[in-house]
Design a protein around this ligand. Structure first.
Ligand code: THU
Length: 137
């Protein structure tokens, strides 16, 4: 699957955003190593801190369906669903990615006129990763 194809899934997912408070619509599409795709949107809540980001929605859907290996994520977002600039993942979402993804996991930030490509290592260097808890003394 190309990054452009994955971006189409993210744009479709953005249409499902539930964002009555911020007005920002965000979509994410997560490509599993087996070729399957899981999408997610942001889901806001009157208790603001209960809001779930689009990226975590996609990850939690996939993990809860048994997926553990991922190769790429496309993300797009914008006010009232209009994509302009990039919509980079928040720190909490980056940490969730870190739990399941390698340094070279690709993150495609979708703009109205193109796609910026990053790796997880670029967006979350020197991270707190699962291996740290597995190390002895
Ligand atoms: N949001 C995401 O969906 N992903 C991010 O990584 C950043 C923020 C959502 C949460 C909220 O619904 C809206 O964008 C504004 O913060």
């Amino acid at each position: 699957m190309t990054k452009e194809q994955l971006a189409i899934y993210a744009k479709e997912a953005m249409k499902q955003a539930y964002s009555p408070y911020s007005g920002y619509c965000v979509g994410a599409a997560l490509l599993c190593k087996d070729g399957s795709v899981y999408t997610g949107c942001n889901i806001e809540n009157a208790g603001y801190s209960a809001t779930n980001c689009a990226e975590r929605t996609a990850f939690f859907k996939a993990v809860s369906e048994g997926k553990r290996e991922f190769s790429a994520l496309a993300v797009c977002g914008g006010k009232e669903g209009t994509i302009w600039g990039i919509f980079p993942p928040c720190g909490v979402c980056r940490q969730v990615m870190r739990e399941f993804c390698e340094d070279d996991f690709k993150i495609y930030l979708v703009k109205h006129d193109g796609i910026e490509t990053y790796t997880l290592n670029q967006l979350l260097p020197v991270s707190f990763e699962p291996n740290i808890l597995r190390e002895e003394g």
